[in-house]
Design a protein around this ligand. Structure first.
Ligand code: PLP
Length: 599
């Protein structure tokens, strides 16, 4: 049975039982039971489930692993972490995150003023770090946060930011926040975002600038506020080596500054970049979190010993690792394109072109023994018949018959072959693909697939006790030809042959909790899916909470600055009866996703 690589990517968060995909937690409900529950409440279209227990799991794992490494290496520094808000700023994610992180004093990282406002409002007593380019107003916000009592560190990306800090310190009587220096490393990262680190990076101070920064702090009596060295070598590191290089470089910078007299310098912030497994075909990450943590602790310990300075506290800012697994997108399948090719639609004539007669015979006479051969023949015949149509030798009815018969033959052959000769079938995957139309938008819900070819694990949430036999390409409902996940013979996705008139079929897209929400775009004016937080009560039973319905059409139009009153009054003026207008207004208050009886 196909398990869709669940052993590779799911980290035991999900498991298959009785043909259903289930959540490996508390009462272990199936995903389809959650989907049915929501749809009964009349929410149709795509769904985004958030699982707070998976956020908590990752936070615990991060802290437990590092604390273990610290203990085993008798390391004197502490482990601290903040969540980088740019990875997911949505309240339905951030609120459970803050709650789960409290026992570890897990903080927040902000990269813009808007993110800083979230951190200033909702952070409890945990650390806040601030990265990104900062103007005077943003630095002023940092001082105000300090006055509120936050443990906040402004991490400087350039000398001008430090000048602004000096200015704000002089101009206001607000307390000065802690200061961190982001270093521009010579050793750049690996992975798709390597340009975050490295000597030609957009961010950070060169070694000359670090020395200048230290002088500037000294000259302005601000040295006591320098507490942190920071680097971030890029997202989704698939090997550990670039991190080790970056650690050595920044570790020595830390030690050099300590020896220059930076007495309150006490932390190295190693940024984010922990990878998670997106592939459902083979493992792509060649380190474990424990190895990673051990390397960090071990390397920093050695440098501290070598340069005779105290061991720094360790900060991390991993975002993807914490959030990716916590959200799952569920999209209803609306249509299988071959569904239109049913025997009842055949319009055979008294006399048909010879190739059509032959197709008809192949269909009727097919046995298991001849299935593969007949399938090959039917594909050849179809290709010839399509050419004959282009040349004007057969008519539209003949062409329709040819398409239907060829598809019927393929389906019949697959049903003969699926048990024993599956491998044979795979050889002609490309020719016998099925297209699945899904009620969702790739641009809205999987923007990284569209933008950077990011893979996501995909699988049906039911039918898992049946062999999937159709090589599948997935189409969304935007009118854009990029809204497709093509069948890839190197990473083949097989789905089930289902009759949607008789049964539902839903696909799950996993690991979508990092970056996808906020990068999602309203192409064709499809807004976010209906969102639901899946919590569990004391008895372990599911509670579906914080349901946020997909946006209404009228609200989407307002978001892109249409005057919605004007829209309503113009539409109203074009109709002379109130009854029709009321229907129109009801439609305006629906969301954009398709509504069929089953979707
Ligand atoms: C984006 C970013 C992160 C998070 O990176 P992940 O790969 O999601 O862990 C951490 N720190 C900084 C400075 C960032 O810009």
């Amino acid at each position: 049975m196909d398990t869709f690589g669940i052993d590779i990517w799911s980290d035991n968060n999900f498991f298959i039982e009785d043909g259903l995909l289930k959540i490996n937690y508390k009462s272990k409900p199936s995903l389809i039971s959650l989907v049915k529950n929501i749809r009964k409440q009349n929410y149709k279209g795509p769904l985004l489930f958030r699982f707070p227990h998976l956020i908590e799991k990752q936070i615990n794992r991060l802290f437990d692993t590092y604390n273990k490494a610290i203990k085993e290496n008798s390391y004197n520094g502490t482990f601290n972490a903040v969540f980088p808000l740019k990875v997911n700023q949505f309240p339905t994610f951030v609120q459970p995150l803050i709650k789960s992180g409290q026992k570890h004093n897990y903080g927040l990282e902000a990269g813009s003023k808007a993110e800083l406002f979230i951190a200033m409002t909702y952070n409890k007593n945990a650390p806040i770090t601030v990265n990104g380019f900062k103007d005077k107003e943003m630095i002023h916000l940092g001082f105000i946060a300090k006055k509120m009592g936050h443990n906040i560190t402004l991490i400087i990306e350039g000398l001008n930011e430090l000048e602004t800090i000096v200015q704000v310190a002089k101009e206001t009587n607000l307390p000065c926040p802690s200061i961190g220096l982001r270093v521009r490393l010579f050793n750049s990262g690996s992975g798709a975002w390597a340009k975050s680190g490295g000597i030609d990076s957009k961010f950070g101070l060169s070694s000359t600038e670090i020395l200048e920064a230290y002088e500037m702090l000294e000259n302005n009596n601000l040295c006591e506020y320098l507490t942190m060295i920071h680097f971030h070598i890029g997202s989704a590191m698939n090997t550990i080596k670039p991190l080790k290089n970056a650690l050595k470089e920044s570790g020595h910078i830390y030690a050099e500054l300590k020896n220059l007299g930076a007495k309150n310098l006490q932390a190295i912030n190693i940024g984010g970049g922990l990878a998670i497994e997106y592939s459902q075909f083979n493992r792509t990450i060649n380190y474990s979190l424990q190895e990673f943590a051990n390397d960090v602790v071990f390397t920093l310990k050695n440098i501290a010993r070598q340069k005779n300075v105290e061991e720094p506290n360790i900060f991390t800012e991993s975002g993807r690792f914490i959030s990716a697994s916590s959200a799952v997108l569920i999209a209803p399948v609306l249509e299988l394109f071959s569904a239109e090719y049913e025997a009842e639609h055949l319009r055979l004539k008294d006399v048909n072109p010879p190739l059509i007669e032959e197709l008809n015979d192949l269909y009727k006479d097919m046995k298991k023994r001849t299935a593969l051969e007949y399938m090959h023949d039917s594909i050849d015949h179809l290709e010839s018949l399509l050419k004959l149509f282009d040349l004007g030798y057969i008519d539209l009815t003949d062409r329709s018959n040819a398409e239907i018969l060829a598809n019927l033959i393929i389906k019949k052959a697959i049903s003969f072959l699926e048990v024993d000769d599956y491998e044979e079938l795979k050889r002609i995957d490309n020719k016998i693909q099925e297209k699945y139309l899904l009620n969702f938008s790739i641009f809205q819900s999987l923007p990284d697939f569209w933008g950077i070819d990011q893979e996501f694990p995909i699988m049906p949430i039911t039918h898992l006790n049946k062999k999937p036999t159709r090589s599948a390409s997935l189409w969304d409902i935007t009118c854009d030809s990029d809204g497709e996940i093509e069948f890839n013979p190197n990473k083949p996705l097989y789905l089930h042959d289902v009759d949607l008139n008789k049964e539902d079929y839903f696909l799950g897209f996993f690991q979508v909790g990092a970056y996808q929400d906020v990068l999602g775009m309203k192409h064709n004016l499809f807004s976010h899916p209906t969102e639901v937080n899946v919590n569990f009560d004391k008895n372990g039973e599911v509670k579906l909470e914080q349901i946020i319905e997909s946006q209404k059409i009228i609200d989407i139009l307002e978001d892109i600055d249409y005057d919605t009153n004007e829209i309503k009054s113009i539409l109203n003026s074009k109709l002379d009866d109130k009854e029709t207008y009321e229907i129109l207004e009801k439609y305006l208050n629906d969301n954009s996703y398709l509504k069929t009886t089953w979707s």
